[in-house]
Design a binder for this molecule. Structure first.
Ligand SMILES: [Mn+2]
Length: 299
């Protein structure tokens, strides 16, 4: 009997879901950190695996000015200095709460530096938008039980579950059509649709090379010792702007990368260099000097 009822219930639900009002009631719960972010694919708060579907978010009604910040890596004090500097320079008359709604982090909020928990807690409690970086993903993996012996991950044992949930709800890309912007941690593969990227590619790539069939493949190198293949090219040099102007991080070795359709914002704060913000739409850069080197540059 039940086997007859289930398909009928499913069809009824599908019909109800197609009605505008009910579809909003039946929709998956919205992400916890921004009422203005529309999800192309709904976030799934998996506690068992990082093999989540690709999260591609669209920021549909953004503020007229946005400040995109590169890799923070737990450099909480430099992060605060930069926020203060941007606020003072661009919108001192705007309340801080409103100002934070204009800030987006290009991933790798954590690890290497001393204050990962503080950075996460600040961003979560102030509803600051961010995309996920490879370090954010690996910290989540350790938090969920993946074995890492490195003391670099000890801080994850103090990660509050609410903050972990917030971190796991972050998308891999944020598209902002009104600014013609795409935020992603590491990059996108030229000539490839967003939906065809894996989280690993979006959080780790630096170079691409051409396959015999003419399509591009990613390369990510882990350390300075590892050779960059001679026939590869930094992806941003080949990117034609098809997803908008891309703000990314992840490549502290190259530092600031200014290309026609993309800008690389990992300017090595955690290595004692600088923390950089990109202003949209003005394309201005605002930066602060790191207080010290917290980590040795390896890649
Ligand atoms: Mn990274």
């Amino acid at each position: 009997m039940l086997t007859h009822i289930y398909p009928l219930m499913y069809r009824l639900l599908a019909f109800l879901s197609s009605l505008p009002l009910l579809s909003s009631l039946l929709a998956p719960p919205s992400p916890c950190y921004s009422p203005s972010l529309a999800w192309v694919s709904p976030p799934i708060h998996s506690t068992s695996s990082l093999a989540n579907p690709n999260f591609h978010a669209v920021f549909a009604s953004p503020p007229s000015e946005l400040y995109i910040i590169g890799d923070i890596h737990g450099c909480f004090h430099e992060f605060q200095l930069l926020l203060t500097k941007i606020h003072k320079a661009k919108c001192a008359d705007v309340p801080l709460k409103t100002f934070y709604q204009r800030v987006i982090i290009a991933g790798d909020l954590v690890n290497k530096g001393p204050f990962s928990l503080e950075v996460l807690d600040f961003c979560r409690s102030n509803s600051i938008l961010a995309v996920r970086g490879n370090h954010d993903d690996s910290a989540l993996a350790v938090f969920r039980g993946s074995k890492r012996t490195s003391p670099a991950y000890h801080w994850t044992s103090s990660l509050p579950p609410t903050t972990a949930r917030w971190l796991s709800s972050l998308p891999y890309t944020i598209s902002i059509p009104d600014h013609d912007l795409l935020i992603v941690h590491a990059g996108v593969i030229p000539d490839r649709k967003l939906a065809q990227h894996t989280p690993y590619e979006m959080t780790t790539m630096r170079e691409v090379f051409k396959r015999p069939d003419g399509t591009y493949e990613t390369i990510q190198h882990r350390s300075q010792q590892q050779q960059i293949p001679p026939d590869s090219t930094p992806w941003a040099k080949l990117y034609n702007g098809e997803h908008g102007f891309v703000c990314f991080g992840h490549d502290a070795r190259r530092g600031l990368q200014k290309e026609k359709h993309a800008i690389g914002l990992d300017t090595g704060c955690v290595y004692g260099e600088i923390l950089t913000a990109f202003v949209s739409p003005g394309k201005e850069l605002i930066a602060v000097q790191a207080n010290m080197a917290y980590s040795k540059k390896t890649g």
